[in-house]
Design a protein around this ligand. Structure first.
Ligand code: RI2
Length: 330
């Protein structure tokens, strides 16, 4: 069966995710689902098998862009698992419907999660944030909507400084913001009531995989007696960890840390740029999801309920590609 070309929108989305022009776990998930939808709408495949193969190829292209945020494969799984039909038209309709449904569920999940998270925030509280998380900001936005006065100490979050995005968005909400460099965090922990972070993946043991620097912040917060909350929609739950797999930590280009000119001035060194780290569950007080608040150790119950025992990878080619599921030779 000849490969159908991927739609340019899929390629453009994949490149934008890899370059972090599209970033943030939930935003990446929505972009991937939307790209699959576009692939379905624009596909020129004339047989059901060719259409399915192209959608799977699009899924693989999108999935290969960033390895740590499980919202990406979870989004692709949601859409491709629901690809169903006997004709190209009905297959296309099933992808459009499931992609739209996925994006709609994301929006609802974030607002439901925000309502749960806001319950933890009291009028007059100060929150310390790390990186930029739409789920974490959703909690603060809801608390502000409820009339609570919230202040924030916002970590800059080297090397890409996503804390500045957080500072700007919190400012727009009317939150009083103090921006600090990452190394000032311990000094300011004594002035905050909560550490509130997002997540790129949650493992079955309750570990929180989030932007590099989260684990050190959580250890310091525990030492100071400040509760650590991770805001994470259930698309951040990593099903592979139910069967013993670990979460791959993305390593990004060293030029994010040091430009070529600086590097040449310093001399021959190794520059390491891991994008994420793992915070063990003992440093996390609560994981906030759209299904409620969970102690990290009990998140595995929710994962089993949502994913069951068997997690499929619908972007992979079936074992035999010489004949499609209707028994038609390709
Ligand atoms: P939301 C981001 O990763 C941050 O680590 C953030 O905590 C996480 O995604 C979750 O984002 P990156 O894409 O889904 O900036 O809460 O590397 O927006």
């Amino acid at each position: 069966m000849a490969d159908q070309p991927l739609d340019p929108a899929v390629e453009a989305t994949a490149e934008a995710i890899a370059a972090m022009e599209i970033r943030g776990a939930a935003t990446i998930a929505a972009a991937a689902a939307t790209a699959l939808r576009t692939q379905a709408v624009e596909s020129t495949a004339t047989t059901p098998a060719a259409f399915e193969a192209t959608l799977r190829a699009a899924g693989r292209r999108l999935q290969a862009t960033r390895p740590t945020a499980v919202s990406l494969p979870n989004a692709i799984r949601y859409v491709l698992q629901r690809m169903d039909g006997e004709t190209v038209g009905s297959l296309r309709a099933s992808i459009i419907e499931s992609a739209d449904e996925f994006v709609d569920r994301l929006d609802h999940a974030q607002s439901d999660l925000g309502a749960v998270g806001a319950n933890r925030l009291r009028d007059g509280d100060t929150v310390m944030t790390h990186c930029h998380s739409t789920d974490a900001l959703g909690c603060i936005a809801t608390a502000v909507d409820q009339g609570k006065s919230i202040s924030a100490v916002v970590k800059e979050t080297r090397p890409r400084n996503q804390g500045r995005i957080t500072a700007r968005e919190l400012c727009e909400l009317g939150v009083d913001v103090t921006l600090i460099v990452d190394s000032a965090a311990r000094r300011y922990l004594g002035r905050v009531d909560h550490v509130l972070v997002g997540a790129d993946s949650i493992a079955a043991d309750g570990s929180v995989i989030n932007k590099i620097g989260t684990s050190g912040l959580a250890v310091n917060a525990r030492d100071r007696g400040i509760p650590v909350i991770a805001a994470a929609q259930t698309i951040k739950l990593h099903p592979d960890t139910l069967t013993g797999h670990t979460v791959e930590i993305e390593t990004r280009d060293e030029t994010e840390v040091l430009d070529d000119e600086c590097r040449q001035e310093i001399g021959e060194i190794t520059v390491a740029n891991p994008a994420f780290d793992v915070t063990p569950p003992r440093y996390v007080d609560a994981i906030i999801t759209e299904r409620g608040q969970f102690p990290p150790e009990s998140i595995v119950m929710l994962m089993r309920e949502l994913f069951g025992e068997h997690v499929c990878e619908p972007w992979e080619e079936p074992a035999s590609t010489t004949m499609d599921s209707r028994g038609i030779d390709e």
